[in-house]
Write a protein that binds this ligand. Structure first.
Ligand SMILES: [Zn+2]
Length: 400
């Protein structure tokens, strides 16, 4: 096993290697910026990544978990040891292209893969670069966790560009549902008594969900929309469809809220005479569990590179498909600053920040900090054991 002295040499070398790759990595991220692809259509981004990783001595498997644009790339060290993964996202958004900065996430994972791959002869264990598509829609990682892609791993890390440096990321658990009321149409003026209005119970449900939210803890969000509510005012609506996204601090809380919405919808259906059906629109997202061992190492490495992190609790958060990964493997989803604190994700301005000088600097720091933290984990098995113990304590489960 390398001594800590060796690992500090390796980290210095990783910093130097990253600097020498910096222009190429920035050009790679810019190429994705110039050629944005939507979720599940990231064919060219996935190919660019896997072609380079293959040339860098990674064994690449494409299209895992029935996601054609996903991949797993593996490079092995000199002897058995921990297995550490770094994740790439590369899907863009309609209209705003890489407004969530996933081109930099891909660039940082590629960069860390190139650096660690070139140091593999001096490292134990295994480095995996995992391509996780469709973060913005179906949550590729949720499907990949179910498909076993994250089994037999000791740590999983990724960075996301943002407006601050942060290692402790939290997110809300989430479940999207569709509620369908079915009634019976009739002339809404001449014979309303012969119809069953499907829109009325949906409107009452919409209002009722808002009232329900007020009785719950402050972080709960249950935004909803009515996607179908009738065709003409003189026809009693026979079909009404609503969609709700239930967000709460963990899966148990989400399920408890879902149960109340289901009971409310059935009560409204029986009072109105309409039929109701409710279905889940996607997999449940878990809340993000940031592993403090990984976070501590990443924070120290950022500090060595001259950056301080904001460790105050987050006051605004959404949901992340990384949440599900973090319940299976010790995980880190760190933020790297590339835009001022007034900047907002999912905007054209944020996309432009990824190809600005702060974007270039953020990419360099991300690759350096990811590589250094991977070296810490690979070279010091006790850190991996501590990270695993924390996950088991927090969840009472964990794979492996
Ligand atoms: Zn994102």
């Amino acid at each position: 096993m390398p001594s800590s002295d060796d690992s500090s040499h390796l980290k210095q070398e990783a910093v130097r290697l990253t600097a020498s790759l910096s222009d190429d990595l920035f050009e790679f991220s810019r190429a994705l910026y110039d050629d944005p692809e939507l979720s599940l259509e990231e064919v060219r981004a996935s190919r660019r990544l896997t072609e380079i990783l293959s040339r860098e001595h990674f064994q690449v498997t494409r299209g895992v978990s029935s996601l054609p644009t996903s991949f797993v790339a593996v490079a092995r060290g000199v002897r058995p040891g921990p297995a550490v993964a770094i994740l790439a996202e590369y899907d863009a958004l309609p209209d705003v292209g890489h407004g969530c900065g996933h081109n930099l996430i891909a660039g940082s994972a590629l960069g860390a893969g190139m650096v660690l791959g070139r140091l593999r002869h001096r490292l134990p264990g295994e480095i995996r670069i995992i391509g996780t598509p469709a973060e913005e829609t179906v949550g590729g990682k949720v499907l990949m966790v179910k498909g076993g892609v994250f089994d037999n791993l000791d740590a999983v890390m990724m960075i996301h560009p943002g407006t601050e440096f942060r290692v402790f990321t939290t997110s809300l658990a989430c479940q999207s549902i569709e509620v369908i009321f079915e009634g019976k149409t009739s002339h809404a003026v001449a014979a309303p008594d012969r119809g069953v209005n499907a829109l009325d119970p949906l409107v009452q449900l919409y209002v009722g969900v808002d009232a329900l939210r007020k009785s719950l803890t402050s972080e709960v969000r249950i935004p909803g929309v009515i996607v179908e509510g009738g065709k003409r005012a003189n026809l009693v609506p026979e079909l009404a469809v609503g969609r709700f996204s239930i967000r709460a601090r963990n899966r148990t809380a989400v399920e408890a809220i879902l149960d109340r919405i289901v009971r409310l919808a059935h009560g409204l259906a029986s009072a109105s005479g309409a039929r109701v059906s409710i279905r889940r629109l996607d997999e449940t997202y878990d809340e993000m569990l940031t592993n403090s061992v990984l976070a501590g190492l990443f924070k120290e490495n950022l500090k060595a590179l001259g950056e301080e992190t904001n460790d105050a609790p987050r006051d605004r958060m959404g949901s992340l498909d990384m949440g599900n990964v973090s319940h299976a493997v010790p995980a880190l989803h760190a933020y790297v600053a590339i835009a001022p604190s007034t900047g907002a994700l999912h905007t054209r301005e944020f996309a432009q920040a990824t190809i600005s000088e702060p974007g270039r600097k953020g990419l360099l720091l991300a690759v350096q900090a990811l590589s250094m933290t991977a070296i810490d984990l690979l070279a010091q098995p006790e850190t991996v054991a501590a990270a695993r113990q924390e996950l088991l304590t927090t969840t009472g489960k964990g794979v492996k």
